[in-house]
Design a protein around this ligand. Structure first.
Ligand SMILES: [Fe+2]
Ligand SMILES: [Fe+2]
Length: 193
């Protein structure tokens, strides 16, 4: 259980690192410099692939158990569940806008900036809320059987970027990572929260 909580926290650290890198690229775009669009696309793609498909479904399962154990958690958990859907939609929107830029389609700079700002703000706030309100309660209230149920909510997989054997899908990010402190690296098989 302690390992699962630690992995949950480490994944938030990895996501926050990627959001900081994305934020740097968005600032370049805003200032009229040339951002690395492929890097930006890789970041959002990773967060969609790993975050939306593995991290969030496990959280959804943990939230359901947590709300049953502590009904006062129901309201904040409802908000977080809604944010999972909003983050997924905002990620899809940002990828669409970035692809328009890359393919030289007409797109307003303000539209791209707004999509990126919304994604960054939502995701950062979401992670901060989970770290502050959810992880401490989950540590107290979930038992071993609960954690087994959480693990079954999404298939076990190797983290395609921060695991011991990156898949090679995220080439720009893999190039960049040695220069950055990895928060949750060397986790081959990804545990549930
Ligand atoms: Fe979440
Ligand atoms: Fe999370």
């Amino acid at each position: 259980m302690t390992t699962q909580i630690a992995q949950w926290h480490a994944e938030h650290g990895n996501f926050s690192l990627l959001l900081s890198i994305l934020d740097e690229q968005v600032a370049k775009f805003r200032d009229g410099e040339s951002p690395d669009y492929n890097l930006m696309l890789e970041i959002v793609s990773y967060l969609r692939e790993f975050g939306d498909c593995f991290h969030h479904p496990r959280e959804d399962a943990a939230f359901t158990i947590l709300a049953a154990r502590d009904p006062q958690m129901q309201l904040p958990i409802n908000r977080l569940l809604q944010e999972h859907r909003v983050i997924a939609a905002a990620g899809e929107e940002l990828v669409a806008r970035l692809n328009q830029v890359v393919s030289d389609a007409h797109v307003l700079r303000s539209t791209v900036e707004a999509a990126a700002a919304l994604y960054l703000a939502y995701y950062r706030h979401h992670i901060a809320t989970e770290e502050r309100q959810i992880l401490p309660r989950a540590r107290l209230l979930l038992n071993a059987q609960d954690w087994d149920a959480v693990a079954r909510a999404a298939p076990s997989c190797s983290d395609p970027l921060f695991g011991n054997t990156p898949t090679g899908t995220y080439l720009r990010l893999v190039e960049l990572m040695p220069a950055r402190p990895s928060v949750g690296g060397n986790q081959d098989a990804v545990a549930s929260p």
